[in-house]
Design a protein around this ligand. Structure first.
Ligand code: KG4
Ligand code: ZN
Length: 400
């Protein structure tokens, strides 16, 4: 498997218009799973946010190639993803990235059986680029098209690397835009156990990184810096820790902002020499606390909440009738976080539950997970309509 995670490794841009590839009234090539039991090579396309990715996956589980062209350097100067910039970069990068994925997999277009693309959730303009390209290729190559839910793709990343995961499984899905606990009862069947009421975990990492003047995206920067810090230096709150299965991270971000404001005010007014005899009014002591300590303390607060809620979700699922959950898995970009990976595995082991944690490259956005989810979806449901719209807020599951 090849993962190119740098725009400098991306091939030369090729200009192409997504609107030219859209075919609103076309009919999908008539293929059903029964008629295509030999279908086994899937081209996956991912353009939901700031990564342009294509991958070739065999039989839903064997990754023949996975190419990711990151737009990080384009968005860094703005401190976050600029949707219009993202769409334009996807248009430039997508065809060369697809060519590279086919080349690395040593697969010709004639050998592709299914084309799958992320149709939501994500940025509408960015999604349109990938979906329009996938529909055009489906028509040109006369193969089925699968419109894939990005969040479902993240879950399939775990199955790509561990096809033996036993169902039902509790999934902690933590990305830049979503934080949720899901019970996956079967392929395509998801029950929402809890989700964030405000910021997603990844969003909190990105916002706190900005407060700390770290780079974008913030998650990896905080992860790196936290390795040198003391996670107990600042007692940041653990929001909603003992309260159900929902999450809230916006207050934690505000707590970090308030902490920094207090520290800077005291510095400016010459009061940085906080001592036991001269404690800060109603704030934690700031003396000797480094940026690495703050990063580590914030990260620990997030990880404590994510891990405790997953443990509770497993117990809730286990106590429901007819459900025997023995596995839990991590998914989404924040699942690349070092502390979360270690503490998640430890907590699940303490509960006697098997844990599955995808490799870091599979946690963050990639097209192999989309190809895999698309192939399994095609086996269950057949091809998606070529008139299928993109859906920027396509939910994975609803509570029942
Ligand atoms: O799943 P993903 O690649 O894209 C979305 O679907 O949103 O997740 C991106 C998010 C960003 O917020 C990024 O800061 C976060 O995942 N992230 C991390 C780490 N690597 C990526 N957060 C914490 N620690 C990391 N090592
Ligand atoms: Zn994602």
């Amino acid at each position: 498997m090849t993962v190119a995670v740098s725009d400098s490794t991306a091939p030369a841009p090729v200009a192409t218009s997504p609107s030219a590839m859209t075919s609103a009234h076309a009919t999908a090539p008539a293929m059903t799973p029964a008629a295509s039991s030999q279908a086994s090579i899937t081209l996956g396309i991912e353009t939901s946010c700031d990564e342009t990715a294509a991958a070739v996956v065999k039989g839903g589980v064997e990754v023949l190639s996975s190419v990711v062209s990151s737009q990080i350097s384009l968005h860094r100067k703005y401190g976050g993803v600029v949707p219009e910039v993202a769409s334009r970069a996807h248009i430039e990068q997508l065809l060369p990235v697809i060519d590279m994925a086919l080349h690395e997999a040593k697969i010709t277009p004639q050998e592709i059986d299914v084309v799958a693309a992320t149709a939501g959730p994500g940025l509408v303009g960015a999604l349109l680029v990938g979906v329009s390209a996938a529909k055009a290729l489906s028509l040109a190559w006369e193969v089925p098209f699968a419109a894939v839910n990005h969040l479902e793709g993240h879950i399939y990343a775990a199955f790509l690397e561990e096809p033996d995961i036993e169902l039902p499984v509790v999934v902690l899905l933590v990305s830049g835009g979503h934080t949720m606990l899901v019970e996956m009862q079967d392929f395509g069947e998801y029950h929402l156990l809890g989700q964030t009421c405000d910021d997603a975990a990844g969003e909190a990492f990105d916002k706190v990184a900005r407060l700390l003047d770290l780079g974008y995206p913030g998650g990896p920067e905080i992860d790196r810096l936290a390795a040198r810090g003391n996670p107990e230096a600042v007692p940041f709150p653990r929001p909603m820790l003992r309260d159900g299965l929902d999450f809230s991270f916006s207050g934690l971000k505000t707590a970090v902002a308030n902490y920094l404001r207090t520290r800077d005010t005291r510095k400016l007014s010459g009061q940085s020499d906080v001592t036991a005899a001269n404690p800060p009014a109603a704030t934690p002591a700031t003396q000797g606390v480094t940026t690495a300590d703050i990063a580590a303390s914030f990260q620990q607060a997030v990880v404590d909440v994510l891990v405790a809620k997953t443990a509770r979700a497993v117990q809730v699922s286990q106590s429901r009738q007819n459900t025997s959950v023995n596995c839990a898995c991590l998914a989404g970009g924040v699942a690349a976080n070092s502390a979360l990976r270690v503490q998640f595995a430890e907590a699940m082991s303490d509960l006697g539950v098997r844990s599955f944690i995808p490799s870091r490259a599979m946690c963050t956005d990639n097209a192999a997970m989309i190809a895999s989810a698309g192939w399994w979806q095609f086996q269950r449901q057949g091809s998606s309509e070529l008139t299928a719209p993109v859906n920027p807020s396509w939910p994975l599951a609803t509570a029942n």
